[in-house]
Design a protein around this ligand. Structure first.
Ligand SMILES: [Zn+2]
Ligand SMILES: [Zn+2]
Length: 151
Protein backbone atom coordinates (compact mmCIF):
# COMPACT_ATOMS: atom_id res chain seq x y z
CA UNK A 1 0.00 0.00 0.00
CA UNK A 2 2.83 2.37 0.89
CA UNK A 3 4.51 1.40 -2.39
CA UNK A 4 1.47 2.14 -4.53
CA UNK A 5 1.20 5.53 -2.84
CA UNK A 6 4.84 6.20 -3.54
CA UNK A 7 4.40 5.36 -7.24
CA UNK A 8 1.48 7.79 -7.50
CA UNK A 9 3.44 10.43 -5.63
CA UNK A 10 6.08 10.25 -8.38
CA UNK A 11 3.44 10.41 -11.11
CA UNK A 12 3.63 6.73 -12.03
CA UNK A 13 0.65 4.48 -12.57
CA UNK A 14 0.50 1.48 -10.28
CA UNK A 15 1.34 -1.72 -12.16
CA UNK A 16 2.50 -5.00 -10.69
CA UNK A 17 6.00 -4.97 -12.27
CA UNK A 18 6.53 -1.47 -10.85
CA UNK A 19 5.33 -2.61 -7.42
CA UNK A 20 7.65 -5.65 -7.39
CA UNK A 21 10.66 -3.70 -8.58
CA UNK A 22 10.09 -0.87 -6.11
CA UNK A 23 9.83 -3.40 -3.28
CA UNK A 24 13.06 -5.11 -4.35
CA UNK A 25 14.89 -1.76 -4.43
CA UNK A 26 13.50 -0.81 -1.01
CA UNK A 27 14.69 -4.07 0.53
CA UNK A 28 18.10 -3.69 -1.13
CA UNK A 29 18.36 -0.10 0.11
CA UNK A 30 17.95 -1.18 3.72
CA UNK A 31 21.10 -3.27 3.33
CA UNK A 32 22.90 -0.58 1.33
CA UNK A 33 22.82 -2.88 -1.69
CA UNK A 34 23.03 -1.31 -5.11
CA UNK A 35 21.40 -3.45 -7.77
CA UNK A 36 21.95 -3.64 -11.50
CA UNK A 37 19.00 -4.27 -13.83
CA UNK A 38 20.26 -7.85 -14.13
CA UNK A 39 20.31 -8.23 -10.31
CA UNK A 40 16.70 -7.00 -10.12
CA UNK A 41 15.73 -9.45 -12.86
CA UNK A 42 17.43 -12.36 -11.04
CA UNK A 43 15.62 -11.41 -7.83
CA UNK A 44 12.27 -11.43 -9.66
CA UNK A 45 13.07 -14.91 -10.99
CA UNK A 46 13.79 -16.09 -7.44
CA UNK A 47 10.42 -14.70 -6.40
CA UNK A 48 8.87 -16.54 -9.38
CA UNK A 49 7.58 -13.27 -10.79
CA UNK A 50 7.06 -13.36 -14.53
CA UNK A 51 8.70 -10.05 -15.46
CA UNK A 52 11.07 -9.99 -18.42
CA UNK A 53 14.45 -8.29 -18.49
CA UNK A 54 13.21 -5.75 -21.06
CA UNK A 55 10.43 -4.75 -18.66
CA UNK A 56 12.92 -4.42 -15.81
CA UNK A 57 15.01 -2.04 -17.92
CA UNK A 58 11.94 -0.07 -18.95
CA UNK A 59 10.61 0.26 -15.40
CA UNK A 60 14.03 1.30 -14.04
CA UNK A 61 14.31 3.94 -16.78
CA UNK A 62 10.83 5.22 -15.86
CA UNK A 63 11.78 5.28 -12.17
CA UNK A 64 14.92 7.22 -12.98
CA UNK A 65 13.05 9.73 -15.14
CA UNK A 66 10.49 10.23 -12.36
CA UNK A 67 13.26 10.84 -9.80
CA UNK A 68 12.36 7.78 -7.76
CA UNK A 69 15.76 6.13 -8.25
CA UNK A 70 19.29 7.24 -9.02
CA UNK A 71 21.34 5.45 -11.62
CA UNK A 72 25.03 5.23 -10.83
CA UNK A 73 27.37 4.68 -13.75
CA UNK A 74 30.68 3.18 -12.78
CA UNK A 75 33.89 2.64 -14.68
CA UNK A 76 33.77 -0.35 -17.00
CA UNK A 77 30.18 0.37 -17.99
CA UNK A 78 28.56 -1.08 -14.87
CA UNK A 79 25.36 0.68 -13.82
CA UNK A 80 23.47 0.17 -10.58
CA UNK A 81 20.31 1.65 -9.17
CA UNK A 82 19.44 2.91 -5.71
CA UNK A 83 16.30 4.51 -4.35
CA UNK A 84 16.55 8.27 -4.18
CA UNK A 85 16.33 8.85 -0.43
CA UNK A 86 17.20 12.50 -0.77
CA UNK A 87 20.36 11.99 1.28
CA UNK A 88 23.56 12.67 -0.59
CA UNK A 89 26.39 10.17 -0.23
CA UNK A 90 29.48 9.04 -2.10
CA UNK A 91 30.72 5.55 -2.94
CA UNK A 92 33.70 3.25 -2.56
CA UNK A 93 33.61 0.66 -5.34
CA UNK A 94 35.50 -2.66 -5.20
CA UNK A 95 36.80 -3.45 -8.69
CA UNK A 96 37.09 -7.17 -7.84
CA UNK A 97 33.71 -8.14 -6.38
CA UNK A 98 31.68 -5.05 -7.22
CA UNK A 99 30.87 -4.29 -3.58
CA UNK A 100 29.77 -0.70 -3.01
CA UNK A 101 30.22 1.08 0.31
CA UNK A 102 28.43 4.37 0.98
CA UNK A 103 29.97 7.21 2.92
CA UNK A 104 29.45 10.87 3.74
CA UNK A 105 32.33 13.08 4.77
CA UNK A 106 31.51 16.66 5.72
CA UNK A 107 35.04 17.86 5.03
CA UNK A 108 34.97 16.49 1.47
CA UNK A 109 31.54 18.04 0.91
CA UNK A 110 32.73 21.44 2.20
CA UNK A 111 35.91 21.40 0.14
CA UNK A 112 33.95 20.75 -3.04
CA UNK A 113 31.63 23.67 -2.29
CA UNK A 114 34.52 26.02 -1.64
CA UNK A 115 36.34 24.94 -4.83
CA UNK A 116 33.17 25.61 -6.85
CA UNK A 117 32.67 28.97 -5.11
CA UNK A 118 36.28 29.96 -5.78
CA UNK A 119 35.71 29.33 -9.50
CA UNK A 120 32.33 31.17 -9.36
CA UNK A 121 30.87 27.87 -10.44
CA UNK A 122 27.31 26.93 -9.54
CA UNK A 123 27.36 23.34 -8.42
CA UNK A 124 24.19 21.43 -9.27
CA UNK A 125 25.35 17.95 -8.40
CA UNK A 126 28.44 15.88 -7.87
CA UNK A 127 29.39 12.26 -7.56
CA UNK A 128 32.53 10.84 -6.05
CA UNK A 129 33.42 7.23 -6.71
CA UNK A 130 36.59 5.79 -5.21
CA UNK A 131 37.75 2.61 -6.95
CA UNK A 132 39.86 -0.01 -5.27
CA UNK A 133 39.86 -3.38 -3.57
CA UNK A 134 37.72 -4.15 -0.52
CA UNK A 135 39.12 -5.93 2.52
CA UNK A 136 37.50 -9.28 1.68
CA UNK A 137 39.11 -9.25 -1.79
CA UNK A 138 42.60 -8.38 -0.54
CA UNK A 139 44.99 -11.32 -0.69
CA UNK A 140 45.67 -12.82 2.75
CA UNK A 141 48.63 -11.04 4.37
CA UNK A 142 51.94 -12.90 4.01
CA UNK A 143 53.55 -14.28 7.15
CA UNK A 144 56.10 -11.86 8.59
CA UNK A 145 59.39 -12.88 7.01
CA UNK A 146 61.46 -10.26 8.87
CA UNK A 147 60.43 -11.36 12.34
CA UNK A 148 63.19 -13.12 14.28
CA UNK A 149 62.86 -16.88 14.37
CA UNK A 150 62.31 -18.38 17.75
CA UNK A 151 65.09 -20.85 18.50
ZN1 LIG B 1 35.66 -6.86 -3.10
ZN1 LIG C 1 24.56 4.62 -2.73
Amino acid sequence: VADSQKLREFGLKVTSPRMYILEILEKAGKQQLHMSAEDVYQRLLQLSEDVGLATVYRVLTQFEAAGLVNKLNFEGGRSVFELNQGLHHDHLVCVKCGKIIEFVDELIEERQKSIAAREKFTMTDHSLNIYGVCHTCLPAPQAESTSPQAV
